[in-house]
Design a protein around this ligand. Structure first.
Ligand SMILES: Cc1cc2nc3c(=O)[nH]c(=O)nc-3n(C[C@H](O)[C@H](O)[C@H](O)COP(=O)(O)OP(=O)(O)OC[C@H]3O[C@@H](n4cnc5c(N)ncnc54)[C@H](O)[C@@H]3O)c2cc1C
Length: 400
């Protein structure tokens, strides 16, 4: 049994570290207000739209990351990615999350608008039109699956696409779609045949966001993750050609689930990295801060929760790495991936809670990164499959 980190991951982390230092940190220094305690006030206007300067900054980061081959690096080399393995990808996610707040996460993981393996289903013409500009950082996209009445159960979606001559007419409403207000094109999932609840009969369409009939509705006001800009997408008599269909007709649900399955490991690893960051801050603070004449860390009421978070980090790290290893061995890792995502999202929530408790009022201030992680970590128990959906998967696998 070999527990050492793959050489590919160690090398990539070192390259990323140099890239962040030379290309990203100067941008952070120049745009400090987009990262500071009042970041959200500067990023958004009164209508909760991201201000042009922030959008330009994201575009600059994308271009720099694409030129350095970090943007979409988990995509295969045949489409301009680095083709890095699942385990390396996850280890990098952990590494990026275990850092002070910054713009580096956007540069590599794209916050909901970057390259996604679903687009490997593109035909030649779709590759030229969508995938290549996406890989170059020139375009962004959004993944439009969730609807107001279909979230955990997306196969009950109500959006339909009906064939009229050589056109598809799409009607429906999507909600909580990250990057919807800024995407150049959307991956829209709609029922093309079958009944609500059937997993066959859902298709994915690539729809330019300036297509008549497609519009952005309400911009949600999330508690955290505001920068991913989740919003509604409305489709009313939205007409696209046959060339908008991605991959095989009726197989969109499988494309979506494959992507979400892969994304879960990245989320799990990121939660572990963030928990490490929070733990280190809490330990440092507990050593420095004195009450009743002694450092906080000498009180078991403070130090034991830290020991428990440390233990949980270790076991959750091994769990996500084991799941990633199984994926790389072409073994079925659905159960372990669900376990890793469930455990890691809960871990980050607990680590943020413990770090805030150790910091007292200081941790409750927006000037400390703990407050933001407390908010964002909560969302991770809902997205990419909620806690309950992970448990459902685990039980299904146990019963198979
Ligand atoms: C910040 C953010 C970004 C997002 N970005 C995207 C995106 O880019 N694209 C996209 O398509 N979606 C996106 N989503 C939506 C997300 O995927 C859904 O919120 C998620 O799938 C849950 O669906 P729901 O909110 O409708 O909850 P529901 O499905 O209504 O569930 C409500 C609660 O009930 C639980 N529950 C549901 N069914 C059961 C059951 N059978 N047994 C036990 N418990 C159950 C759920 O776990 C949850 O706790 C985003 C959400 C957030 C918060």
């Amino acid at each position: 049994m070999d527990f050492s980190e793959p050489a590919e991951a160690t090398q990539l982390k070192s390259e990323l570290s140099a890239f962040i230092e030379t290309e990203i940190q100067p941008l952070e220094a120049e745009h400090e207000r987009f990262l500071g305690p009042d970041a959200e006030r500067h990023i958004f206007d009164d209508e909760f739209r991201q201000v042009p300067e922030y959008l330009e900054l994201k575009a600059t980061i994308r271009k720099r990351a694409a030129e350095a081959d970090f943007w979409g690096m988990n995509m295969p080399e045949s489409v301009g990615g680095r083709g890095i393995g699942t385990l390396t990808d996850a280890i990098v996610a952990e590494y990026l999350a275990n850092q002070p707040p910054g713009l580096h996460t956007y540069a590599v993981r794209g916050a909901g608008g970057g390259p996604t393996p679903i687009l490997l289903n593109c035909d030649d013409q779709q590759r030229d039109r969508y995938l290549e500009p996406l890989m170059a950082g020139e375009k962004t996209t959004c993944f439009a699956l969730t609807e107001p009445d279909a979230g955990s159960d997306p196969h009950f979606l109500e959006t339909t696409a009906e064939k009229e001559g050589d056109e598809w007419v799409i009607d429906g409403r999507k909600s909580w779609i990250s990057n919807a207000p800024y995407a150049d094109f959307a991956m829209v999932f709609a029922r093309t045949s079958g009944e609500p609840g059937q997993i066959d009969g859902i298709s994915c369409f690539l729809v330019d966001t300036d297509t008549p009939g497609l519009s952005v509705g309400d911009i949600h006001r999330p508690m955290g993750h505001a920068w991913v800009a989740p919003a509604e997408l409305e489709l009313e008599n939205c007409r696209v050609g046959d060339d908008a269909l991605l991959g095989a007709e009726g197989k969109g649900f499988f494309q979506a689930m494959e992507w979400i399955g892969n994304a879960r490991l990245g989320v799990a690893a990121g939660c572990v990295g963030s928990a490490e960051f929070l733990l280190e801050k809490a330990v440092d603070y507990a050593e420095e801060r004195e009450t009743f004449g002694n450092p906080l860390v000498e009180r078991q009421g403070i130090s034991f929760p830290l020991a428990e978070v440390a233990m949980d980090i270790e076991r959750t790290r091994q769990l996500y790495r084991y799941a990633a290893w199984k994926v790389e061995q072409d073994q079925d890792a659905r159960k372990e991936t669900a376990m890793a995502k469930l455990a890691a999202a809960k871990l980050e929530n607990r680590a943020a809670d413990v770090a805030m408790q150790v910091h007292g009022a200081t941790g409750y201030s927006r000037r400390e990164p703990i407050e933001k992680r407390y908010r964002t970590s909560r969302g991770k128990r809902l997205t990419e499959g909620s806690d309950e959906m992970q448990k459902q998967t685990i039980v299904r696998e146990l019963r198979d």
